[in-house]
Write a protein that binds this ligand. Structure first.
Ligand code: HEC
Length: 185
């Protein structure tokens, strides 16, 4: 009998943890892990696909010459990949809106998450239209949404040497990690 009661109490405290999310996030089941894991494992790689689709690349060759080229989706399959990344970003925005990630945050959290959903819909449309200029432009707007949320909710544990200002759009073919590493050297 005593065991039973203790068991019930344990369940109740787990439910409370689940309800307030955020603080003890490690101990509860979140669909994509903690906010940090959601960002690092899903949001950033998805953004990289979108931002990497249309860009200007300037490569310094071994012989000192520079090769410059415009990167843009070529095949229907390329465009479909770009569109899919935008659709997935919208889904991730919706995940951020769920209580597991939104509870305990301010009202503006939902505005930022909704902003990401809205800009992702425009991003998907630009890809569906096979419009490189629009993909580039909407990609910039998407970045502004990321940045706005990060300014209000700065990452708690940033990689060494990194500030909130560094959580930004990686340029050209750099990943965020390479970008940060490059800044330190
Ligand atoms: C609704 C708010 C919100 C939006 C929108 C948002 N983020 Fe984040 N992001 C966070 C929070 C909160 C953290 C800090 C997580 C932590 O350290 O606990 C974070 C952290 C990060 C990190 C650092 C992860 C790490 O390994 O520490 C990256 C990278 C990142 N976000 C990328 C993005 C990108 C790219 C976008 C836009 C496409 C974006 N985020 C949009 C809230 C947001």
């Amino acid at each position: 009998m005593v065991f039973k009661i203790r068991h019930v109490a344990l369940l109740a405290s787990t439910a409370m943890l689940a309800a307030c999310g955020g603080s003890d996030a490690d101990t509860v089941e979140l669909p994509y892990g903690t906010a940090q894991q959601l960002m690092a494992n899903e949001v950033q790689p998805t953004a990289d696909i979108y931002w990497g689709a249309v860009k200007f690349e300037s490569i310094l060759n071994d012989d000192g010459t520079v090769t410059e080229r415009d990167i843009r989706p070529e095949t229907d399959e390329d465009w479909a990949t770009v569109e899919a990344s935008a659709v997935h970003m919208g889904e991730l925005g919706a995940v951020m809106l769920t209580p597991a990630y939104a509870d305990g945050r301010g009202d503006d959290w939902s505005d930022f998450a909704q902003g990401l959903i809205d800009v992702s819909a425009r991003a998907a449309q630009a890809a569906a239209d096979h419009d490189p200029d629009a993909v580039f432009e909407v990609g910039g707007t998407m970045y502004n949404v990321c940045r706005a949320c990060h300014q209000m909710y700065p990452p708690e544990e940033l990689p060494e040497g990194m500030t909130v200002e560094d959580v930004q759009r990686p340029n050209n073919d750099e990943t965020l990690e390479e970008y940060v590493a490059g800044d330190q050297t």
